[in-house]
Design a protein around this ligand. Sequence first.
Ligand SMILES: Cc1cc2nc3c(=O)[nH]c(=O)nc-3n(C[C@H](O)[C@H](O)[C@H](O)COP(=O)(O)O)c2cc1C
Length: 308
Amino acid sequence: MIYDMAPMEGITTYIYRTTFAKYYGGITHYYTPFLASMNLSSRERNDVLPEHNTGITVIPQILSNKPDEFLAISKTLKDYGYDMVNLNLGCPSGTVVSKHRGSGFLAVPDELDLFLSEIFEKCPLKISIKTRLGIQDEAEWETILKIYEKYPLAELIIHTRLQKDFYKLPARPHLFQAAHRLGIPLCYNGDIDSADALCQVTHTDTSIDRVMLGRGLIADPELIEVFQGNAPRDKERLRQFLATLCERYISEMGGGDRNTLYKMKELWVYMGAHFPDGERYVKKIKKASRLSEYESALNTLFSTCEMK
Ligand SMILES: Cc1cc2nc3c(=O)[nH]c(=O)nc-3n(C[C@H](O)[C@H](O)[C@H](O)COP(=O)(O)O)c2cc1C
């Protein structure tokens, strides 16, 4: 099984990815959160700079519906030494969708087809796609697959939800199989957050050999070890991982304590669930308004509570 790290805006930054690789690993491809500026903002540039991503295999992701923009970003990425780029056709957020970007591009299949025909003709890099199944209705999936079938996709990553499902409504794994006829590598994404969840997915389709992990992996960085039947529940390693992340955010991101605190608190939206006895300390972590408060709540959590 190949395990890839999902792109998560604001979370799976280069700092997170490389620190994760140092303490946990097990990931074959790390996807960047989407890049959306023709000339790359300084945050985006920092995220893809090769010297910020040493020792890991990174696939940058682009969110665009304009061929010129997609090609310009791809050219920069090629100059950085990348050989593959991923197109985001999954983002469900209202502001993105209303501009027919992300999963919103799936609402205008003819325009999507034209866009793909141009980028596949001119892009100097291999292109993979991360897609949802459609906007409103499962029947849209067939139309979308007919378009993908026309192009030499390097890989299709399928988040088995419609746009209208956002992140919470149940995934629709039964629709994954239809994509096999494309004859290209397929990767399953959506709600794989436990060994049971992985079993259910591979039971639905026994040929699945690549999965992309998002929220489940952020919640439990030992998740891949759990899949492999070896979950040490190593609190000290988690403590070190979080301490290194925090130090690196302070020294490499800029913006002072506030930005770092924001980044660390965002992780606890997901990680809290693995400390069932630690609810009150996790609450304190989320409420901290200074790094010192965060550190103190974290110390109490780690010294008094066990990980699930
Ligand atoms: C906070 C957040 C940020 C995300 N950012 C991106 C992104 O930049 N690009 C993308 O393709 N998907 C993004 N996603 C979607 C995830 O990559 C993934 O498809 C989704 O969370 C389902 O997988 P999971 O159930 O394993 O989390 C984001 C999801 C969340 C919750």
